[in-house]
Ligand binder design. Structure first.
Ligand SMILES: NC(=O)c1ccc[n+]([C@@H]2O[C@H](COP(=O)([O-])OP(=O)(O)OC[C@H]3O[C@@H](n4cnc5c(N)ncnc54)[C@H](OP(=O)(O)O)[C@@H]3O)[C@@H](O)[C@H]2O)c1
Length: 409
């Protein structure tokens, strides 16, 4: 199992290299602080059991690193996935160092390059874990400055190993294949409901402030993906890095809802596995904006100092943790969750949404965009994704009206 390194590390086995105050926001149920923060009461987290195994992709940086730390501190066995094993090992060491003696779980490092289908297949084929309680499909790339149209010159799509446009290739297709490969493990794991958590963003919504800044997210008629691996954009248009990122987050919501529909249709309302999707908010201090220019990065840092414009890394990690361990998030299937400042309804208007972010912050379920609720589009995206990655999911669709109008899960 060359791509997988088991690295069970305990705080006590490592020299503490960085002091840090213990996390004040996430504890196992009934333990530690009970501060209610932005709508999440740590008492509402399910108590992690021994062997509660959670895989987090993109665990080497930003939100994935932070949620891995919180899950570790909450007692889970966290499989930190990085694009290489070495990066994941480094992340594991830094999490242990940051947690000090607070961590009560365990951490292991694995390498999965989501830009290479063979790396994903290898991980799935070799996977040594008997069971998974949750998988968090969090990793993501945003195109660099040139691709975002912020630098001189034409926008050029980067390609994954199999030739997919990188943003859709990593953020959607790589996770699609990984999820397909791990679903049998989730289904065969005994115990409480297992969870598939997909990290999307409000930017998937053409009505949101971020979504309508520049070309709006839309997959159109999927004519780009119909062309095969050489696609530039899902909708068949010319490459636009900013839109490709938004589209990838839209794919995440459509994928989550289609998987949820299939799980429900195949296994019933009380399916043992649930799939939900969420927005962590706008998190300027993660690594996602590393390719932006210095002025843009300075602006992002400025925004960070003015919540509720921005969400801190700790809060975004807490949203992720809540998706994995929250009591209510284990009861929904195909739901979209969102926290402030993005948690607003377009009809409320920006100012009301902004004020609500300050005075009534909450992390809750809301409607995704209209396009994200189009069941027919979700089904077609699923079929094309299967063709592109070359394998099929084990959860079959039941007889459903292919021509039906958008259907909510
Ligand atoms: N930051 C925000 O404002 C925001 C808002 C909404 C949604 N999100 C979503 O949150 C998720 C986490 O992003 P972040 O903000 O925490 O950014 P980040 O700090 O850049 O983290 C992204 C992670 O994805 C990993 N990754 C990238 N390409 C990969 C590949 N080919 N194979 C495996 N791993 C790969 C990165 O690994 P490397 O370190 O090796 O590059 C990194 O660990 C993303 O899905 C993003 O779209 C972020």
């Amino acid at each position: 199992m060359s791509s997988t390194v088991l690295l069970p590390l305990r705080a006590s086995t490592l020299r503490r290299t960085k002091s840090r105050a213990p996390s004040r926001v996430v504890r196992a149920a009934g333990v530690g602080e009970t501060r209610v923060f932005r709508g999440i009461d740590p008492r509402q987290l399910v108590a992690p059991t021994i062997g509660h195994t959670v895989l987090v992709t993109g665990g080497t940086s930003g939100i994935g690193w932070e949620s891995s730390r919180q899950l570790y501190e909450a007692g889970c066995r966290v499989i930190v996935a990085g694009r290489t094993e070495e990066k994941a090992e480094k992340a594991v060491k830094s999490i242990v160092a940051a947690s000090g003696t607070t961590g009560t779980g365990s951490l292991e490092a694995v390498g999965i390059d989501l830009a290479d289908l063979s790396s994903i297949k290898k991980f799935v084929d070799d996977v040594a874990y008997e069971s998974f309680s949750a998988i968090v499909l969090n990793a993501g790339v945003a195109p660099d400055r040139a691709a975002m149209g912020m630098a001189a010159g034409p926008q050029t799509a980067k390609r994954t190993k199999q030739g997919f446009e990188e943003t859709i290739g990593v953020n959607h297709l790589g996770h699609f294949l990984l999820c397909q490969g791990l679903l049998p493990k989730l289904l065969s794991t005994a115990g409480a409901r297992k969870r598939i958590v997909i990290t999307s963003g409000e930017i998937h919504n053409a009505e949101s402030p971020d979504g309508r800044n520049g070309a709006v997210p839309t997959l159109g008629d999927l004519s780009g993906l119909e062309l095969g691996p050489d696609f530039e954009m899902c909708d068949g248009g010319d490459f636009d890095g900013n839109k490709a990122y938004k589209d990838s987050k839209l794919c995440g919501v459509l994928f989550a809802r289609e998987l949820a529909r299939r799980l429900r249709e195949s296994l019933g309302d009380d399916a043992d596995v649930v799939c939900n999707v969420f927005s962590p908010g706008f998190v300027p201090t993660s690594g996602l904006f590393r390719n932006q220019s210095a002025p843009v990065q300075a602006l992002l840092k400025f925004a960070f100092n003015y919540p509720p414009l921005a969400t801190s890394l700790e809060t975004a990690g807490m949203f992720t943790t809540h998706m994995v361990l929250g009591r209510n998030t284990g009861e929904t299937q195909g739901a979209y969750y969102c926290g402030p400042p993005d948690y607003y309804l377009p009809e409320e208007g920006m100012i009301y949404g902004f004020l609500r972010g300050i005075f009534a912050p909450e992390f809750g379920e809301k409607s995704p965009s209209f396009e994200a609720m189009d069941a027919r589009l979700g089904r077609r995206l699923w079929e094309l994704s299967e063709e592109l990655v070359g394998t099929k999911f084990d959860v079959a669709p039941q007889d459903r009206d292919r021509e039906g109008s958008p259907v909510a899960v």
